[in-house]
Design a protein. Structure first.
Lengths: 114, 114
């Protein structure tokens, strides 16, 4: 069964550095998402992306964050000037449609900011 | 404010027993309600999706119910197995201007003991 893949599985970075988290969504999906989960807390929505543009973003997704679909397969989340509080598990997800199709999640990238 | 509350926070049961997890929400306008299973260190996996008009939906040993009038949902697990040990997350989406915005509950941590 096709799946969403994320790389790297674990990323350690120093405060102030930029990181890029990568995702390969399921090939026939059109809607892409990033979520984050701080350790011990609930999953939080960051951003949704469709037709090469952001369709919705949460309050968390400020100017520090950006997303891009640089080619036909990859979907990236860039965090500029990381802060300690950015340490979390970041999940990518994709779906066929935005309303009643299942979201397929990747297994996440654990970001540790030191 | 849109909120999703889940109960209990954690639950321990013996293998083979049934259990029911609860989800109450204040999300409006309601679009759909999803239940996910999240194993430790993994991405959530979709169990069920229900729209406003659906009262119940089954997926193997998992049965979800929805009462849109009282804004309550439940997830019933029948004949539990050790592999059911996980966090179960209720996600309610609301629709605005063609976008569907998810609100996550904190999850119920289920432990199944042999």
């Amino acid at each position: 069964e096709p799946e969403v893949t994320q790389t790297p599985s674990h990323q350690v970075t120093q405060m102030g550095q930029e990181v890029i988290l990568r995702c390969v969504p399921i090939s026939n999906h059109l809607y892409f998402y990033w979520y984050r989960q701080i350790l011990g807390q609930k999953v939080e929505f960051l951003v949704s992306f469709y037709n090469n543009e952001i369709s919705e973003k949460s309050e968390i997704f400020d100017d520090q964050f950006s997303v891009e679909r640089p080619d036909g397969s990859n979907f990236t989340l860039k965090i500029r000037s990381t802060k300690l509080e950015d340490s979390a598990m970041y999940f990518c997800a994709s779906s066929r449609s935005p309303d009643n199709s299942p979201l397929h999640f990747g297994n996440g990238t654990r970001l540790t900011v030191t | 404010k849109n909120q999703v509350e889940q109960s209990p926070q954690s639950l321990i049961i013996l293998e083979g027993k049934n259990c029911t997890l609860q989800c109450n929400y204040t999300v409006s306008p309601f679009s759909n309600l999803r239940w996910y299973k999240q194993d430790t260190g993994r991405g959530p996996v979709s169990l069920t999706i229900m729209t406003f008009s659906e009262n119940t939906k089954s997926n193997g040993r998992y049965t979800a119910t929805l009462d849109a009038d009282t804004k309550q949902s439940s997830l019933h697990i029948t004949a539990s197995q050790l592999s059911d040990s996980a966090s179960y997350i209720c996600v309610v989406s609301w629709a605005e201007g063609g976008s569907y915005i998810p609100t996550f509950g904190r999850g119920t941590s289920l432990i199944v003991h042999p």
